[in-house]
Design a protein around this ligand. Structure first.
Ligand code: ATP
Length: 444
């Protein structure tokens, strides 16, 4: 048996398709060709800040063992499926497929994947690597999808990773309202917490496992392992048929996109960052209830924005004051004539508070009643006992801060696919483990 890694990306548009669905179809097709999967289909989320993504910047990889005689038919199946299901008419859709025949993934391809998740890479770099490692690739239109295809092959998810069971609709239901029993989803969340995540936004009382668009996905359940997402899936009741489902292994919910930089000078457009600095302006509310403030250190200054749907995070941002020392996490928006370089916040960690001080009129040293000012730098007088004093000063009061020295994360409904939710803290997987596929990880 030979080993092959098949990566593909950029097949969908906002009006049609979903690259995970192509993977789900291929699972069924390839299994009919004596193929053995050596990993779950991998759903690799790439840099969420690149300007030309369709939605969640997800790329897919299938890792298989196969009899050599089946190689051509396997490739034909993949190409035919992408050709048939991709929205090739849409302007921004540029599918790419990569076939890498190798037992292990070369280090440089792994590094390329990391760069595609945390930064921006070029098609030229991808093509160089394909040549060096004798991988085959097929690009449609401008072929940009080859970047995502190769990155999906390169991200072997050896560190922290999660799982998502995605259930798909019958084609005749695409575009119609998704028929799911919301109560069963709230129950499922309670029964499987903390090992599943982002099922519901409890604050808003909303389910968030169903997407909104006309795509083939009915819902997706995210969790720590294949068993738990399968258990959760059995608990969800639907009022429309499920055409198929597959369990994916993924980097969702791991913060894999965020790269720590040493100072604000290293904050670059389109590169998601973690960086520390001092709050340099009072936060202000701009139209549509977004919160803006600036952050500085010795090396530079950037704006930080917490958008309306970010919930808790926006409330926390509003309470920051000048001098607070914080750590911000988020994607970086390029500067324009209207705004400077801006970190779109996903998380804030408050590290050290600046003192919040208020000045009040002093109490009368004779009778204790609060005194009245006699004018700027003219001292105070007591209305009760008549005492006047030119030298007496206002008293300094330290106000209690209502923020806590902790981590604030955007609300579940506005989290990016890659954002690690609060529920996952402490559940991260640090060690490389051998992937063992559970019985029944797909249907049909
Ligand atoms: P969906 O998540 O709905 O499948 P999408 O948001 O993944 O769609 P794509 O249609 O795949 O969006 O478009 C992203 C395109 O950008 C792909 O062609 C991919 O190869 C390329 N790309 C992804 N990440 C990077 C990156 N870091 N640098 C350069 N190009 C990238």
């Amino acid at each position: 048996m030979k080993t092959m890694h098949i990566g593909f990306d950029d097949t969908d548009s906002t009006r049609k398709g979903c690259t995970t669905y192509i993977a789900a179809l291929l699972v069924e097709k390839l299994l009919r060709n004596e193929v053995k999967f050596i990993d779950y289909p991998c759903l690799v989320r790439l840099n969420p800040n690149i300007p030309w993504k369709t939605r969640g910047n997800g790329a897919l990889c299938l890792r298989i063992k196969y009899p050599e005689k089946k190689e051509e038919i396997i490739k034909e199946n993949v190409i035919a499926c992408v050709e048939e299901k991709a929205d090739l008419k849409a302007r921004g859709t540029n599918p790419g497929i990569v076939f890498l025949k190798s037992n292990s993934i070369p280090k440089e391809v792994k590094a390329f994947a990391r760069n595609t998740i945390t930064g921006i890479v070029s098609l030229k770099d991808a093509l160089k690597l394909l040549k060096k490692f004798e991988a085959e690739a097929l690009g449609f239109k401008n072929g940009r999808g080859i970047i995502g295809g190769l990155a999906a092959v390169g991200e072997t998810l050896e560190g922290d990773h999660t799982y998502e069971l995605i259930a798909y609709r019958l084609p005749e239901n695409y575009g119609l309202r998704r028929q799911v029993d919301e109560n069963s989803i709230f129950e499922m969340d309670k029964a499987t917490a903390p090992y599943t995540f982002n099922n519901v936004d409890w604050k808003k009382g909303r389910i968030i496992i169903t997407p909104r668009g006309p795509d083939p996905i009915l819902f997706g359940i995210r969790g720590e392992n294949a068993e738990i997402v399968k258990k959760a899936f059995r608990m969800v009741k639907t009022f429309e048929p499920i055409e198929r489902w597959v369990i994916f292994r993924t980097n969702q919910g791991t913060d894999a996109h965020l790269k720590r930089v040493r100072n604000l000078r290293e904050v670059k457009p389109y590169h998601p960052v973690i960086v520390r600095g001092f709050v340099a302006s009072e936060s202000k509310t701009i139209p549509r209830r977004h919160i803006l403030f600036s952050l500085k250190d010795e090396e530079g200054k950037v704006d930080c924005a917490a958008y309306e749907p970010t919930g808790f995070l926006r409330h926390a941002a509003r309470k920051l004051i000048i001098g607070d020392y914080i750590e911000v996490y988020g994607g970086v928006r390029a500067p324009s004539s209207a705004h400077p370089l801006t970190v779109n916040l996903e998380k804030i960690r408050v590290l050290k508070f600046a003192p919040k001080i208020m000045y009040r009129n002093p109490p009368c040293p004779k009778c204790g009643k609060r005194m009245k000012s006699m004018g700027k730098e003219k001292g105070f007088r007591c209305e009760k006992c008549g005492l006047k004093d030119r030298n007496i000063q206002k008293v300094e009061i330290r106000l209690k801060r209502t923020l806590k020295r902790s981590l604030y994360i955007t609300s579940p409904r506005s989290q990016r696919h890659l954002t690690k939710p609060l529920r996952r803290y402490g559940l991260e997987k640090h060690r490389k483990s051998i992937v063992k596929l559970v019985n029944g990880w797909h249907f049909p």
